[in-house]
Ligand binder design. Structure first.
Ligand SMILES: Cc1cc2nc3c(=O)[nH]c(=O)nc-3n(C[C@H](O)[C@H](O)[C@H](O)COP(=O)(O)OP(=O)(O)OC[C@H]3O[C@@H](n4cnc5c(N)ncnc54)[C@H](O)[C@@H]3O)c2cc1C
Length: 415
């Protein structure tokens, strides 16, 4: 390598240090960008960087989030094509299971598993709820024939009426019709969990808004009591941005232990920060969210520690793009000398985000999966809007992505 090449390499190394801090002493070298990005061509990386920069523009994301659903309803094909070529390509596997297969295989070639995430949101009729339930069971069938797929994810509000969930949570008396509706929700959950047990595929139940979450928690825990006796099939999600979830995790663990089933716990920080603040303000209720990001970080890391201390009875999925929390979990696994392949351990990132975490973890023998959404553009648009909004907070962990891609592009040019 000539002198200028060396200079470039040293500069790239300096940038790595800025991006990560000097974490060479840690158990995994997350600085290894070659491993992190080897699945992407230089052109793909350049496209990703362009997109992430566009998403960094708050005004543009707000404009897009407001008008895109409207333009899609008017069936403008050019809007759909534009989305397919840009944000869809970055964050979504395909429009259906079959055309997501190439992405699933590519992830698996880097020792990364797939969590199938059918992008159904905001459904409103019983017919739609039943069709969505069938799609979930189809995903389980599909997963059972693919080594790379071990879990699917389910949003209960995609198979249940939101207002009914709200009413169940409020403890108001349900009408006869509503009781029947509730029974139908339980039947749908049972059919999904039963199929999952039969095919040995896990089911993550996503966490949603706090005003329906208690209703979700109760139903999911009932499923766990039935299906988690021998191995962990059903997982609930704990949003650690909430000030009551660490305590709930601990009490759910005690319940699971006393009733003799494994607690499935997917840990996340929480995606509905603004919505929760608005709701509490409008209803004049105390906020259920931690007062600061630091407090959320503390709760999340405490939850990781708690789960690992009890890993024989808790199957844990660490769902985050936060470097420190990921490092903490990896270090704690090493410290407790737990087998990295223990079926109760999983790291998880969203497709299109946190690749430097996912692929360095899998490279170092940890079990990692990517949440891979699939569905038509219209179906996945609410998900894409959430991702776009999340990526505008470039001061957070997600802003790191742009920096990393730039560093990798520099490294490749300096070779
Ligand atoms: C595999 C996976 C599955 C997921 N599933 C779900 C799910 O089921 N339900 C769900 O709600 N989300 C889910 N998420 C999204 C998740 O909750 C976060 O929104 C997202 O991952 C960003 O958090 P972080 O830990 O990755 O990174 P960070 O950038 O470290 O944290 C950002 C998060 O910190 C919290 N935060 C930020 N500012 C404050 C503040 N001022 N006060 C208190 N807290 C604050 C918020 O939760 C914010 O999203 C999932 C994420 C992943 C990776």
């Amino acid at each position: 390598m000539d002198g200028s090449g060396l200079n470039k390499l040293n500069k790239a190394k300096e940038m790595d240090k800025i991006a990560f801090g000097d974490d060479k002493k840690k158990s995994i070298d997350f600085n290894n960008l070659e491993v992190a990005f080897r699945g992407k061509s230089t052109q793909e990386l350049e496209q990703s960087r362009w997109l992430l920069r566009v998403l960094g523009k708050n005004w543009l994301v707000n404009l897009g989030a407001t008008f895109t659903p409207f333009l899609l309803r008017l069936n403008f094909q050019w809007v759909e094509n534009l989305i397919l070529k840009t944000i869809f390509k970055q964050f979504v596997g395909g429009t259906n299971l079959l055309n997501s297969q190439a992405t699933i295989e590519k992830l698996h070639s880097q020792n990364c598993f797939t969590v199938l995430d059918y992008g159904a949101e905001a459904k409103t009729t019983e017919k739609e709820y039943n069709t969505t339930t069938m799609e979930f069971t189809r995903a389980i069938e599909f997963g059972s024939t693919h080594e790379a797929v071990s879990i699917i994810t389910v949003k209960i509000s995609a198979i249940a009426r939101f207002e009914l969930l709200e009413k169940i949570q409020s403890d108001k008396k349900l009408s006869q019709e509503e009781n029947l509706e509730k029974q139908n929700i339980v039947k749908r959950l049972q059919s999904i969990c039963q199929k999952a047990e039969e095919k040995n595929i896990g089911v993550f139940f996503d966490a949603e808004e706090s005003w329906i979450q208690k209703a979700i928690d109760e139903m999911v825990l009932e499923m766990m009591a039935v299906y988690n006796k021998k191995s962990c099939i059903v997982y609930n999600t704990y949003q650690l941005y909430r000030n009551d979830k660490l305590e709930q995790l601990k009490s759910d663990f005690e319940t699971a232990k006393s009733k003799g089933y494994i607690l499935g716990a997917k840990l996340v920080r929480g995606a509905y920060l603004e919505k929760e603040a608005k709701y509490a303000k409008e209803k004049d209720l105390p906020s259920v969210i931690n007062p600061t990001k630091k407090a959320t970080d503390h709760e999340f890391d405490a939850a990781v520690q708690f789960c690992l201390d009890n890993y024989e009875h808790i199957a844990i999925c660490c769902g985050t793009h936060n470097l420190k929390s990921t490092q903490l979990m990896a270090e704690k696994i090493a410290e407790l000398k737990i087998d990295k392949n223990h079926p109760h351990l999983l790291f998880c990132q969203l497709y299109g985000m946190g690749d430097y975490l996912s692929f360095n973890l899998s490279h170092n023998g940890y079990k990692v999966a990517k949440y891979l959404p699939y569905g038509t553009v219209k179906e996945v648009i609410p998900y894409l809007i959430r991702r776009a909004r999340e990526n505008t907070s470039i001061q957070g962990e997600v802003g790191r992505e742009i920096q990393l891609v730039s560093t990798e592009l520099k490294r490749r040019k300096s070779k």
